[in-house]
Ligand binder design. Structure first.
Ligand SMILES: C[S@@+](CC[C@H](N)C(=O)[O-])C[C@H]1O[C@@H](n2cnc3c(N)ncnc32)[C@H](O)[C@@H]1O
Length: 224
């Protein structure tokens, strides 16, 4: 059995060219209503910047960051006239920002795409960069409880060494790893990273993968 490391997970994301990064998850309306025009938002793992620009119309400023330079360079040039949007290439597990800087952090489909050993570090970095009372929003796919998916999780365990982690195929055929979380798992990660006032909402979403099926997803929000 070959156990994959952080670099292997990241290399799969880095194979996506500008505008190609698969992304399906959303910000639930309950959380959008919590945002204010004074918010300074960090969109961690922004990919093609799908939500970065949308968020910029609701808040004071947004920084979109991702490990994938191809997405970031393209986005930065496309949005160069929007003074409230900035982009940077960085690893969410070692954020290049001062502590207590942002009022809000968004992680859409990012936590599950990070190697299991580094998810807690990613959340702790988000915690560090948030102001006291700041908000975090996370959205992920939920684990599926039927025999077909039990077989998939069993098979994939040999590669990822984590129950619920899979190799998914984007519409263009490129592969990436992601994790299907249980609600309990996400709750525990948030608490462990220091977050409180945890709330959530489940919703249905069509996966932007080769399969294109509809799945259960969850949106979690909490405060520092
Ligand atoms: C499923 S995509 C979601 C993109 C975007 N959040 C959206 O919903 O449109 C996951 C993104 O996380 C990025 N990513 C993976 N590991 C990361 C890390 N350690 N730090 C920052 N971004 C990362 C990937 O490059 C990819 O763009």
């Amino acid at each position: 059995m070959t156990v994959e490391d952080k670099n292997t997970w990241e290399q799969l994301w880095l194979s996506f060219d500008k505008g190609e990064t698969p992304a399906s998850l959303s910000i639930v309306p309950d959380f959008l209503q919590v945002l204010t025009i004074n918010d300074q938002v960090l969109d961690v793992g922004c990919g093609s910047g799908r939500f970065t620009r949308k968020l910029s119309t609701l808040v004071k400023s947004v920084i979109g960051m991702d490990i994938n330079m191809k997405e970031i360079i393209y986005r930065a040039s496309d949005d160069k006239d929007h003074t409230s949007i900035h982009y940077c290439v960085s690893d969410g597990t070692a954020l290049p920002f001062q502590s207590h800087f942002f009022t809000t952090t968004i992680l859409l489909g990012v936590l599950g795409g990070v190697h299991p050993t580094f998810r807690s570090q990613l959340l702790k970095e988000s915690f560090r960069c948030l102001q006291t009372g700041g908000k975090i929003y996370i959205s992920e796919f939920l684990q599926i409880e039927n025999q077909e998916w039990k077989n998939i999780y069993d098979r994939e365990f040999n590669k990822t060494s984590e129950w619920g982690s899979i190799t998914a195929k984007a519409i263009n055929g490129k592969k990436f790893h992601t994790h299907h979380f249980s609600k309990k798992e996400l709750d525990k990660l948030l608490v462990h990273s220091g977050f409180t006032n945890i709330d959530f909402k489940t919703y249905r979403v069509v996966s932007q993968t080769a399969e294109g099926k509809e799945y259960d997803a969850i949106g979690f929000w909490a405060t520092k």
